[in-house]
Design a protein around this ligand. Structure first.
Ligand SMILES: Nc1ncnc2c1ncn2[C@@H]1O[C@H](COP(=O)(O)OP(=O)(O)OP(=O)(O)O)[C@@H](O)[C@H]1O
Ligand SMILES: [Mg+2]
Length: 391
């Protein structure tokens, strides 16, 4: 009986397809290419060994080579099962829709940043209101600043307050996930934004669009960037119900180049909160609790000394609240082991008490929370703001 090579080769093929799929899902472009080529090679070997299926194996080999060429990585349907290649425009038609998020954030949820909030409100009014031809609304606003200062929150509040559709786009994740389809991504995104307008398109980690200029990843970023710039250049639909405002955010504005900056005439520095903003953020974070015994000024001074961002203040308040809960429910927390061992339905009957917050609740939280933001980073942002910032 002749030795059955085809079953071994089919086993190899299955294995290579699996590895290709894993690499694709992980966004490992080089790995995906390598295994797509292995699939192509194995299909060719099968074509030699199984003459009556030669034609279909050669066709499959060709498709795998094309997949390897374009690194046509498909996010939703499996390329493997279908044995097809790349992605048709249809597959991307709902790509934008997958980025839609619901936002219930309002302007009141943001402490400080009054001028920035006003600027965004103003921009929206100008964009939506009936106006003479000579008045054009800004289509894009760039928000830059250290991490945790409220950039995402601002975008979410813009969307939430307008009850508009919120597209939350993380550049790095779409670039790795949808590699190979990059040129179509942005138009699919903006098609969807037009369909669901009024829309807020929030592009986070904006710097990573221009960061990697080399190799395949660079090629993908370039395509995304150039289609994004042309979307921003395009004429905004005249009808006010087609409002699309693009907000882009970055922690490293110095990585952006002139072509990008010129499309964002408004570049807004979102700094660490000042004294007054710290107090506002603390009040927001402690909403519903009694904070009368607190010396908010003293806490905010410490936040300033420690370079706390809004995110750090949120974490500080979370820890302080935990301390208050522990303090106010000693009978539950003093014997933590016994309480934690109670059956779920018993635990459900426990009622947590709250008492007024005291300064002590904050002392430990403040020593525990370390801001990752250095003086050098702040100075770098301030310098860039002086040079390129524009409100
Ligand atoms: N001005 C603020 N008012 C109220 N809360 C704030 C403020 N800034 C930050 N926070 C709190 O910190 C969290 C993080 O803020 P946000 O995600 O908007 O920061 P970011 O600037 O987008 O950070 P990154 O650059 O790391 O993406 C928010 O969810 C919010 O709870
Ligand atoms: Mg953010």
């Amino acid at each position: 009986m002749p030795f059955d090579f085809s079953s071994i080769l089919n086993g190899y093929l299955r294995d290579a397809k699996k590895k290709y799929d894993t690499a694709r899902l992980k966004g490992d472009i080089e790995g995906a290419k390598k295994f797509a080529l292995l699939c192509a090679k194995t299909e060719k070997q099968l074509a030699d060994k199984v003459p009556d299926q030669r034609k279909s194996h050669l066709e499959n080999a060709k498709k795998w080579e094309e997949i390897a060429d374009t690194a046509g990585i498909k996010p939703r349907k499996s390329v493997i099962e279908k044995g097809d290649r790349g992605t048709s425009d249809d597959d991307l038609s709902d790509f934008g829709d997958t980025l839609i998020e619901k936002s219930s954030v309002t302007w009141k949820d943001i402490g400080g940043l009054k001028e920035t909030k006003n600027l965004i409100k103003e921009t929206i009014i100008i964009a939506v209101a009936i106006k003479p031809e000579s008045i054009k609304a800004d289509k894009g606003i760039l928000l830059f600043g250290p991490p945790g200062t409220g950039k995402t929150l601002l975008a979410a509040a813009t969307a939430g307050s307008l009850e508009s559709t919120f597209f939350n786009v993380k550049v790095s994740s779409i670039l790795s996930k949808y590699f190979g389809e990059s040129s179509k991504l942005i138009s699919a995104l903006y098609d969807s934004a037009r369909r669901h307008s009024p829309s807020i398109v929030f592009i986070d980690e904006f710097d990573s669009i221009t960061m990697s200029r080399d190799g395949d990843q660079g090629e993908a970023s370039r395509k995304v960037l150039s289609s994004l710039l042309s979307e921003l250049d395009g004429f905004q639909d005249k009808k006010s119900d087609k409002l699309i405002l693009t907000l882009a955010a970055t922690n490293t504005p110095w990585d952006l180049d002139d072509a990008v900056l010129s499309r964002f005439p408004k570049r807004i520095y979102i700094p660490l909160p000042d004294n007054e903003s710290c107090i506002e953020i603390i009040k927001i974070q402690l909403a519903g609790l009694d904070a009368k015994k607190l010396d908010l000024k003293r806490i905010s001074e410490q936040c300033l000394t420690n370079h706390y961002s809004g995110r750090d203040i949120q974490n500080m308040c979370r820890d302080a609240k935990r301390s208050m809960i522990r303090r106010s429910n000693k009978e539950i927390f003093n014997d933590l082991e016994r309480t934690a061992e109670l059956p779920f339905n018993e635990l459900q009957k426990k009622r947590l008490q709250i008492t007024p917050m005291i300064m002590e609740d904050f002392n430990q939280a403040i020593t525990k929370i370390k801001s990752p933001i250095s003086t050098e980073i702040i100075q770098r942002h301030e310098k860039w703001n002086k040079q390129f910032g524009a409100e």
